[in-house]
Design a protein around this ligand. Structure first.
Ligand SMILES: [Zn+2]
Length: 250
């Protein structure tokens, strides 16, 4: 027979209170860590955003190379673009979550460059160059909109761009990002299928490497790259070309 433990109300309250305060401490700790992490992340993304726009002319000079090179084309730039119409935000980042695990799909540099190919996202700058809209907002009812653009030629910002369809902004941006998510999922499924087929083939080999599980074969085709590396590589490339020209001239 199990022993019944009797606990007085005062004791019960005290234990509950201590228990609750333990949980509260853990939650407070989690909240404050989350806050520090968010601030750190915001600072980091702000630095990346500034770098991308400051060097946008460099990136655009090498646009075809960027689009043709997967490790450049796939660079995450979700922080560099934003827009909404009413409460509908144009997604630039999506968690594909399944329970406690997830994969994150970000707006890629290739998609951003494609969005900027649309006239709706271009503005003529006073310097004569083309500026690109990186932020928009609008009202679904009135059709009012406002946007901000950046000119890579004179490195000036243009604000207060009005009278353009807010939904057109939204659909162009959302379609580009949806295509990105679709590509990711399809690519993932293809990779899984191929990895599984290879694994089945490997099973026939009794001396097989135990690491040839399908899950170990799920990786990208190229080493991941970031905006900082891209800019450094493009600068080095231009530097190499200019010294070659200088040598040729002399
Ligand atoms: Zn300009």
């Amino acid at each position: 027979m199990s022993k019944v433990i009797r606990e007085g109300f005062a004791q019960f309250s005290k234990r509950q209170q201590e228990g609750v305060s333990l949980v509260t401490d853990a939650i407070n700790q989690e909240d404050s860590e989350q806050k520090v992490y968010s601030e750190w992340l915001e600072k980091r993304l702000d630095r990346k955003r500034k770098l991308l726009y400051q060097e946008l002319d460099l990136i655009l000079r090498h646009k075809s190379e960027v689009l043709a090179t997967p490790r450049y084309a796939d660079i995450d730039v979700h922080y560099a673009f934003s827009g909404f119409v009413g409460y509908a935000r144009a997604s630039t980042r999506r968690d594909l979550s399944l329970g406690s695990s997830w994969a994150v799909v970000n707006l890629s540099l290739a998609s951003l460059l494609k969005i900027w190919e649309e006239e709706h996202f271009q503005v003529k700058c006073d310097c004569g160059g083309t500026a690109y809209i990186y932020k928009f907002g609008g009202m679904p009812g009135s059709g009012a909109s406002y946007a901000s653009a950046f000119c890579p030629h004179c490195k000036q910002e243009i604000h207060n761009i009005r009278n353009r369809s807010p939904w057109k902004y939204y659909h162009i941006a959302t379609d580009a990002f949806t295509a990105e998510v679709t590509r990711f999922v399809e690519n993932f499924l293809d990779k899984w299928k191929i990895a599984n087929e290879k694994y089945q083939e490997n099973l026939k080999d009794e001396h097989r490497n135990p690491r040839t599980q399908p899950v170990n074969m799920l990786r990208g085709d190229a080493a991941p790259c970031c905006i900082e590396t891209l800019i450094q590589e493009l600068r080095l490339k231009e530097f190499g070309e200019s010294t070659k020209e200088a040598n040729h001239d002399s």
